[in-house]
Design a protein around this ligand. Sequence first.
Ligand SMILES: Cc1ncc(COP(=O)(O)O)c(C=O)c1O
Length: 374
Amino acid sequence: MKVAFYGHVRQYENIKSEIDHNLNEVLMSGSYVMGPMLSKFEAQAAEYFGSKHAIGVGNGTDAIWLSLMALGVGPGDEVITNANTFFATAEAAWIAGAAVVLVDCDPKTKCICPKAVEAAVTEKTKAIIPVHLYGQCADMRAIRAIADKHHLYVIEDNAQGIDGYGKDFKQGELSDAVCTSYIIQKNLGCFGDGGMVFTDCDKINAAVRRLRNHGSVARNKHSFGFNSRLDDLQAGILSAKMKHITAWTDQRIAIAAKYTEALKDCKSFDLPYVTPGFRHVFHLYVIEVKDSSKRDAFLDFLQKNGIDAKTHYSIAIHQQEGFPWGKECRISGSLANADKNAASCISLPMFPELRDDEIAYVIEKVREWDKANA
Ligand SMILES: Cc1ncc(COP(=O)(O)O)c(C=O)c1O
């Protein structure tokens, strides 16, 4: 049997008529960039998210650096994020011109460790980017408290966490802006690249809208800016898909529960930790191999058996070639948990359209490996 890591085509087939309807509407409108479908989707997204503004941009990386730039964060400033995120989080701060300061993650949740953030703050620190890694919200209450104490901006990276929430907070409630990616493999993905900034702040809204469109404030009037727009075809796809996101998340949670129930007695790896009361949206179902020297052999075993398992991420940011980019970037404190995560993580197939026979096969093979290696 073969089990894929993503189910993009299955998802398209399930809601083909809704997507095709929107694509046809855009194609026949003759308006493909900054057109009515983008405005419609931005309004729909703001309502869904509960934010005052939702601004479509070219991708999730741009969403982050445009937000930082909108807040005036740039050269001479430090931005703190966790070392075990996808490369783009740090890259975005670096593109904005700021120095990236990498801190460790919490050993259980894998999200940014608030104590490590507190220890990393200097007089140069301007912003914190907590990442809702793998689909679980970071400890936003603790991050907010640190930001209040030191007068810092908070930009949530929820590229992996859309539709999630914390025990006593919503995304966006405790930050200046929330940045998401709509690249196809995300829980809510278009058929190409896309991103969005959610914010209640009028200043960020106005600045990101200007910056994403060549600094344009009115026809033929420009200030400094870039080209980073969510096009109308992608907005149409997302508008159709957004109606299903809650049901798809529920499905991911149900699949995660099946994995967890069937694998909980395995001895050779740790299962994902869900903070009580949090809605973990399981963008990824990541297990950690206790003996990390066996991780690659385990991955190989799964792949040879037709299971497209992956690693997220086997090279942490500080382990990437060239880090620190420029002498201003730095690490703060021990990154032992991030190092362990990079060496031991394996992501099992996880998407809402995964069938029961595929889940059962993954479980069978994972258990087989555990029996032989525990
Ligand atoms: C945590 C995280 N941040 C940022 C990004 C960047 O998004 P994009 O690829 O749309 O630029 C991604 C995914 O790609 C991500 O997983």
